[in-house]
Each structure stands twice: as structure tokens, then as C-alpha cells.
Ligand binder design. Structure first.
Ligand code: ADP
Length: 441
């Protein structure tokens, strides 16, 4: 992380330095060029105003060579273009300059200038020609570095700046990464007791997510722990009873009716154990169930009818009237799970009902909402317990649940199955008047 910030920052700085150097060179160069033009214009004007070249004896000028070592090249051109004097080359060997653009322009308009690339690499020649009062043309020229050369000359300085910047970047990125990482490192040490003062706004969503996940993990772990403790307790009770009755059966002098009673108790508790274990296995299967796997389209009404038929005997035993009404309603899901959901709800409606009570099952389509309603006129659920009945092993009346073969897991399974199907459960109940469970697919 620190290294990445370092690399990025360094690259950014180096690129910025190079771009700045190039643009500054160009800006400076255009200003410099302007200055050279201006200087040459002024120099030519001064030279003209001295009137020296109007009257000078060129041979004498050449012999004395007064202008030999100045950085300015001075050329005097006669009205016909013949070079009369040049302080750098021999005037006699020079060709006629009449057609040189700057000279031509001076003859015609009074002055002219031009920039020509020099034979020397990286140099430019600046020419300025001015017409003298006697009709001749005086031309001055200077050799100046081309823009590329200026940049090349600036390179060592650019390089030194880059070295400095890289060093600065290393230090800055180190400090920056340290500051960025500090809250995360602190958080890693202790995710719970962590003061908000160190958190900068950009980090808040991350911290919030991490904390939420942490809290979720803790609560899942706690739920698992509670579940394990509950399971152990629930399994222990029937097993203790079975062991107890089995030990008592060793006493062969006991009357046969009593032996029968103990055997029945052993059978009842074993059945109970099996039901419990089946429900536990079911729940753990549901925990692992991949959503949408094994989903198919089927008629909810037909499935509910099947379920009701199978539970009819249970209802009759308690003299409860079981009825179903509705219409064919196609839903997508796992038939086996939905069947289990219906069974659990209807079984509860029978179990927590009174002699001669009613259980109504309805399957209907209301404004494209596919509803399964299981309603009873049984004992009802107290308001305070409404939320909790879906918890694993939670029962309103433990002894009644156990006496009727309940495990406390039925509604937890129902809730789980509904979640897998993205269905919503609502529970409406009045103590002593009845309960309605509505599943909306
Ligand atoms: P159980 O195996 O005990 O029935 P459930 O998870 O199915 O476990 O239900 C949890 C508790 O919710 C039950 O013990 C019971 O107290 C209450 N309950 C569930 N359904 C009904 C109902 N139709 N009427 C009244 N109480 C109910």
C-alpha cells in the first residue's frame, strides 16, 4: 500500500515536472524570441541613425576589423544587392543578396526580418534588415539557440528537481500511508472498543460495514451456541426418561401393567427424540439450502389440498373441522419445502386448538399477491410472544407443546422456508380467539 502510493505519487510528480518544464520552456522561448526581435530592431535603428554606414569607407572598415569579435553579424548591401561589407565573411566572395527575403523587404518597405535554421545543430539565425538613407541596406543577424536546445540545456536542472521530488514523494507517501492506515490498524487490534475520533469520513462506510459484519458474526456465533445448548437440553430430557424407565424395567417383580406403562413411556420418548432430530436435521439442511436450487412451478392450491387430506385424521382425533377453499395458484419454489411449511402451520392450528374448533386454509390470488392463509379459532398467541414464536425452541406454553408432540422448531422451519422463497409471513392472533398465519409469495 505504502509502496503503491509512493509509485503513483512519484510518477505523478515526475510527469508534472516534465510537463511543467516543457511548457515553461516554450512560454519562456516565445518571450525570449520576441525580445531578440526587439533588440535587433533597436540595434539596427541605432546603427542606421549613427549614419556611420552611409559614409563609411568599407575597405578601411574591413582592414580595421572593429566589428570582428562582436556577437552580431553586420552586412552592408549595395542598392544592386552586392555585398559591400560583412564582419564575419569576406564580402567579395559572398553572392548577391538582392533576393534574400529580409533584404528584398528592406529595399521595398524599409525593413524586413526572417528566422532561418542555421547549419549548426540546434541554432537559429535571426536576421533584420533596414534601408539606409543612401538607399543601401544594412542587415544584422544573430545566432540564437533553438527551443529544443534551450530545453536540452535545462535538462540537468530538471533532473536535479526530479531527484528532489522523488525524495519528497517517498517521505510524503510514507506519512500519507501511515495516516491512512492508522485507523485501520487500530481497528484491526480492537474492532469493538474503537473510538470514532480517528475515523475520517471516507473510511466511515468501510468501518460501518466491518462492524456490522463483526456484530453479525458475533450474533450468529451466539445463536449457534444457544442452539447447541438448547439442542443438548432438549435431547437430554427424553433420553434421561428412556434411561430411567429402562432401569426400572430391570425389576422383574413389577406388575405387568406397570411394565407396559414404562415400555409405552420409552416408546413415546424415543418417538419424541426422533421427531426432534428430524427437525434439527431439517433446519441445518435449510441453512445450507441454495436459493432457487430445485425450484419449479406448481399449484399451491393442489399442494395444500394434499396436505389437508393427510392431516384430516389428526384433526378428527381432536374433533376439529378442517376445511380448505381457494383457487388454483401457480407459484415457483420447492414443493417439498412448501409442503412442509403447510404441514407445520396446519399441525400447529390443530395442536393449539380446542375440542370442536376450526381450521381454515385458503389459497388465493389478490391483486397479483399469491396468498396462503392458515386460520384457526384456537387458543391464540399473547401479544408479547408474537415476535418470538419464530425463534428456535421458543414455545408459549412449554408443557402444552411437549404434550402435543411439538419440538419448538416448527415455526423456525416455516420462517426459514419462507425466506428461501422470498415470501413474507404475517401473524395475526388474539388470545383465546384464534390465530391467522398469512404467507405472501
Ligand atoms: P411447537 O413445536 O412447540 O409447536 P412451533 O415453532 O411450531 O413449535 O411454535 C412455537 C410456539 O408458537 C408454540 O409452542 C406455540 O406456543 C405457539 N403457536 C404456534 N402456532 C400456534 C397457533 N396456531 N395457535 C397458538 N399458538 C401457536
Amino acid at each position: 500500500m505504502k509502496q503503491r502510493i509512493n509509485y503513483r505519487l512519484t510518477w505523478l510528480a515526475v510527469i508534472a515536472v516534465i510537463i511543467t518544464s516543457i511548457s515553461v520552456t516554450f512560454a519562456y522561448y516565445s518571450f525570449f524570441e520576441e525580445q531578440v526581435h526587439e533588440d535587433m530592431r533597436v540595434t539596427a535603428k541605432i546603427l542606421k541613425d549613427t549614419e556611420y554606414f552611409d559614409t563609411a569607407n568599407y575597405q578601411e572598415l574591413e582592414e580595421k576589423n572593429t566589428l570582428e569579435n562582436v556577437s552580431l553579424r553586420v552586412t552592408l548591401i549595395d542598392v544592386d544587392g552586392t555585398v559591400l561589407y560583412d564582419n564575419v565573411s569576406d564580402a567579395k566572395t559572398m553572392e548577391n543578396h538582392k533576393n534574400r527575403p529580409e533584404v528584398k523587404s528592406a529595399f521595398e518597405k524599409g525593413n524586413g526580418d526572417i528566422v532561418r535554421t542555421s547549419d549548426t545543430v540546434g541554432k537559429n539565425n535571426y536576421y533584420y534588415a533596414i534601408k539606409l538613407d543612401n538607399g543601401m541596406v544594412l542587415r544584422i543577424s544573430r545566432q540564437v539557440d533553438a527551443v529544443l536546445m534551450v530545453f536540452v540545456k535545462a535538462l540537468p536542472l530538471v533532473f536535479i528537481i526530479i531527484v528532489f521530488i522523488i525524495q519528497a514523494c517517498v517521505i510524503i507517501s510514507h506519512l500519507l500511508a501511515k495516516r491512512l492506515m492508522a485507523p485501520i490498524e487500530k481497528l484491526a487490534l480492537n474492532i469493538e472498543e474503537y473510538s470514532d475520533e480517528y475515523i475520517y469520513p471516507e473510511l466511515e462506510p468501510f468501518i460501518r460495514t466491518i462492524r456490522k459484519q463483526h456484530a453479525d458474526i458475533l450474533s450468529a456465533a451466539k445463536a449457534r451456541q444457544d442452539f447447541t445448548a438448547n439442542v443438548s437440553h432438549e435431547l437430554k430430557t427424553p433420553l434421561t426418561a428412556i434411561t430411567g424407565y429402562a432401569q426400572l424395567l430391570h425389576n422383574h417383580e413389577m406388575p405387568v401393567e406397570q411394565q407396559d406403562h414404562f415400555a409405552t413411556e420409552i416408546e413415546k420418548n424415543s418417538d419424541r427424540l426422533l421427531v426432534l432430530i428430524e427437525d434439527i436435521i431439517r433446519l441445518s439442511e435449510l441453512d445450507d439450502a441454495d436459493s432457487e436450487e430445485g425450484f419449479e412451478e406448481f399449484d399451491l392450491f393442489a399442494l395444500a389440498k394434499d396436505g389437508i387430506n393427510a392431516l384430516e385424521i389428526n384433526a378428527q382425533k381432536k374433533n376439529i373441522l378442517l376445511s380448505i377453499e381457494g383457487e388454483s395458484t401457480i407459484i415457483r419454489g420447492r414443493q417439498d419445502l412448501i409442503r412442509e411449511l403447510i404441514d407445520n402451520l396446519v399441525q400447529n392450528a390443530i395442536r393449539y386448538n380446542s375440542e370442536g374448533g376450526h381450521v381454515w386454509v385458503q389459497v388465493k390470488n389478490v391483486n397479483n399477491r399469491k396468498l396462503l392463509i392458515v386460520k384457526d379459532d384456537g387458543i391464540g398467541i399473547p401479544v408479547d410472544d408474537k415476535e418470538r414464536v419464530f425463534e428456535r425452541f421458543y414455545r408459549v406454553d412449554k408443557s402444552r407443546s411437549k404434550a402435543t408432540g411439538g419440538t419448538g422448531l416448527g415455526l423456525a422451519i416455516v420462517k426459514h422456508i419462507a425466506e428461501i422463497h422470498d415470501a413474507r409471513i404475517s401473524l395475526d392472533s388474539t388470545l383465546g380467539a384464534g390465530t391467522t398465519f398469512t404467507i405472501e409469495f
